[in-house]
Design a binder for this molecule. Structure first.
Ligand SMILES: *Cc1c(COP(=O)(O)O)cnc(C)c1O
Length: 388
């Protein structure tokens, strides 16, 4: 029996044309026309200069170096996130300081941030930068976050790894702070199999990131280096995959949203299970369909639900484990943390692939309904054009 996975790659159709072009012209390296075009096309989408990199993590690392984070510097960071965001701080010798989520977005709580910064300014210990994460396709509430950071001159890096296609007040998430980092990992809404993008209004920073990503080789033939570099550039072959994926992005956003809302509607009569809140300030792509379980109402715990689904060959996952609860970051400070801990304990991500078929989603829905002691749905209302 086949297994229904959480989030699988979904090719748009034209990826292989661009990849074939790379082979036909022998641009099988970290330079070439696909790279230039992918950066131009992504840059047009977000409206900012862009540089294509080997991963989202590489983009975060370069972003932290660009804003001047170095050994001993403290960097505020959303606690509810994937480890890559915090790890990149440590790559630069920085010290992460974690900040709790709010219930309305699951993202960094602007009030907790303001409070923490007021406290830190009194101690004369302001952080060097903030890494704010946009989780599961929903933007953090950026206006108050940017306002608080601007007051104290703190650089804002947006971890928009999960937020390709996400909008905040009409603008792409990842373009609101000083630097944005996107991911094209295999599980994300669009993929290059592995890859990332760094964007910034500051063209000099984008150029510097491109330079560092190619081992910081000084101009000329003689392998001269005056700065430390990395091998972080994206390959021209994978940029070809990215070009094809980008053409399908709008459709993928529609499909992921349709999947989330179909789950929501199919669980509307069940107590104790609710879709991740959809903040009114933007477009939540629902990259993953996340739900919160209230055991006493739903009938079983989140952990039991994951196990029941697993036995039915359905992959589901807990929401990210907050960084302040990780052994790796046990020594780090955290402002608040109870909300993130609760979201981790009760949150579940359901299969959300944009290629998820109507039949497979109905199957998942009925496994969840059975776990909640509800009658199966035989059919469900849906807009057929939403699943291409
Ligand atoms: C996926 C992800 C990353 C890392 O991106 P990679 O391309 O896998 O390096 C960073 N932050 C968050 C929140 C992510 O989900």
């Amino acid at each position: 029996m086949k297994r229904i996975l959480l989030s699988v790659p979904h090719m748009g159709g034209r990826e292989q044309i661009y990849v074939r072009e790379a082979f036909a012209t022998n641009w099988l390296s970290t330079v070439g026309p696909n790279l230039t075009a992918f950066e131009r096309e992504f840059g047009a989408l977000v409206g900012l200069p862009s540089v294509a990199l080997a991963s989202g993590t590489a983009a975060l690392h370069l972003a932290l170096r660009l804003v001047g984070v170095g050994p001993g510097d403290e960097v505020f960071c959303s606690t509810l996130t994937f480890a890559a965001a915090a790890n990149a701080i440590v790559y630069q010798g920085g010290m992460p300081v974690f900040v709790d989520s709010d219930r309305a977005t699951w993202n960094l709580d602007p009030d907790v941030l303001s409070c923490a910064l007021r406290y830190r300014v009194a101690l004369n210990r302001l952080p060097k930068a903030l890494v704010v994460v946009h989780l599961y396709g929903q933007s953090a509430d950026m206006d108050p976050i940017l306002h608080a950071c601007a007051q104290y001159g703190i650089a804002v890096i947006e971890d928009a790894a999960e937020a390709v296609g996400t909008l905040y007040r009409g603008k792409p998430a990842g373009t609101l702070g000083d630097i944005g980092a996107y991911s094209f990992n295999g599980n994300k809404i669009i993929t290059t199999t592995g890859g990332g993008m760094l964007v910034s209004r500051n063209q000099a920073w984008v150029d510097k990131a491109r330079f560092w990503s190619q081992q910081a080789r000084d101009p000329g033939l003689a392998y001269e280096h005056s700065e430390l570099g990395y091998n972080y550039r994206m390959s021209n072959v994978l940029a070809g995959v990215g070009r094809g994926q980008l053409e399908a992005l709008d459709l993928r956003v529609q499909q992921r949203r349709a999947i989330a809302f179909r789950y929501r509607d199919a669980f509307a009569d069940l107590p104790g299970i609710s879709l991740m809140p959809q903040a009114s300030f933007g477009v939540h792509t629902n990259w993953l369909s996340c739900f919160l379980i209230k055991e006493e109402h739903f009938g079983c715990s989140r952990d039991v639900l994951i196990r029941v689904l697993d036995q039915a060959n359905v992959e589901s996952r807990p929401v990210w484990k907050p960084m302040h609860l990780q052994r790796l970051y046990a020594g780090c400070e955290c402002y608040g943390g109870e909300i993130a801990a609760d979201l981790f304990r009760r949150g579940i991500c359901l299969p959300s692939s944009s290629s998820l078929s109507r039949e497979d989603q109905l199957y998942v829905i009925n496994q969840v309904r059975a776990a909640g002691n509800a009658k199966p749905l035989l059919e469900f209302e849906m807009e057929p054009e939403a699943i291409a």
